[in-house]
Design a protein around this ligand. Structure first.
Ligand SMILES: [Zn+2]
Length: 252
């Protein structure tokens, strides 16, 4: 395969599938066309009831497939390995057997590969890459506010059109996210156990998330959420979906 002409750098924590989509956009090609560089025998998951492809659909590559992506992006494989959590994941279905030498890809759900995924802030993506394209990143639920742009980055697994909510009018939300590193430092031991064992969320995490969600709710209901355009999506619906998404993992 010919190497790419344009260099496309990965974002920290980006889904491999998201990087492939951004590469395709840079060349003005449909993602499906670029995906033909890899042999792939399954399809990305779709939303129920005839919905579109899920934004948190992820691809795992085999060794030969990783080399193809590195050449396409004109980025060293070790750089991709550092940035993309799924890049070095092996899937036995494509990493072993007679066809292991063929560049292959396999669709998976991001949540089963490297955790929950959220939309990236397009303004931050533009700062980093020069293009305000959609990106999807693995992002813990307590890092969902872009402090630079005052955006609550929404989970990529929900069947709704928004990528973020504007929370610039909700100072409490931004303040809670700013406080978070301090809270995390104090709670690091508990926090690591929580992540490692999928234990029940410690109360302090729950309290911070609760305040974040409440802040967003107040912002929407108070009419301060420009991300939620009038006549586009009902603010209450977004709030309900947001609550549902945020709490689903916490309250099984
Ligand atoms: Zn941003």
């Amino acid at each position: 395969m010919a190497a790419g002409v344009l260099r496309t750098v990965p974002l920290a924590g980006e889904l491999t599938a998201s990087l492939i989509s951004r590469v395709a956009a840079r060349y003005g090609l449909p993602t499906a066309g670029v995906l033909q560089l890899w042999t792939c025998r399954n399809s990305p998951a779709r939303h129920d009831d005839g919905g579109g492809a899920r934004a948190d659909a992820e691809v795992v590559l085999n060794g030969a497939g990783r080399r193809v992506l590195a050449e396409l992006c004109r980025v060293e494989p070790k750089v991709l390995a550092r940035a993309l959590p799924a890049f070095t994941m092996d899937d036995p279905k494509i990493s072993t057997g007679r066809e292991a030498g063929v560049a292959q890809a396999r669709w998976r759900a991001a949540g089963t590969v490297a955790g929950p995924a959220a939309f990236g802030c397009r303004l931050c993506t533009a700062r980093r890459t020069g293009q305000a394209l959609r990106a999807v990143r693995y992002l813990p639920r307590w890092h969902r506010v872009c402090l630079r742009h005052g955006r609550w980055l929404l989970d990529a697994d929900a069947d709704q059109p928004l990528e973020h909510l504007d929370v610039r009018g909700a100072a409490e939300v931004v303040a809670a996210q700013r406080r978070w590193p301090g809270v995390a430092r104090h709670q690091q031991g508990v926090f690591l156990q929580f992540v490692a064992h999928g234990l029940e969320t410690p109360g302090v995490l729950l309290a911070v998330i609760e305040r974040l969600v409440q802040g967003v709710g107040e912002a929407i209901l108070g009419g301060h959420a420009p991300g939620c355009r009038q006549g586009d999506v009902d603010g209450c619906d977004v709030l309900k979906k947001l609550r549902y998404t945020q709490y689903r993992a916490l309250d099984p």
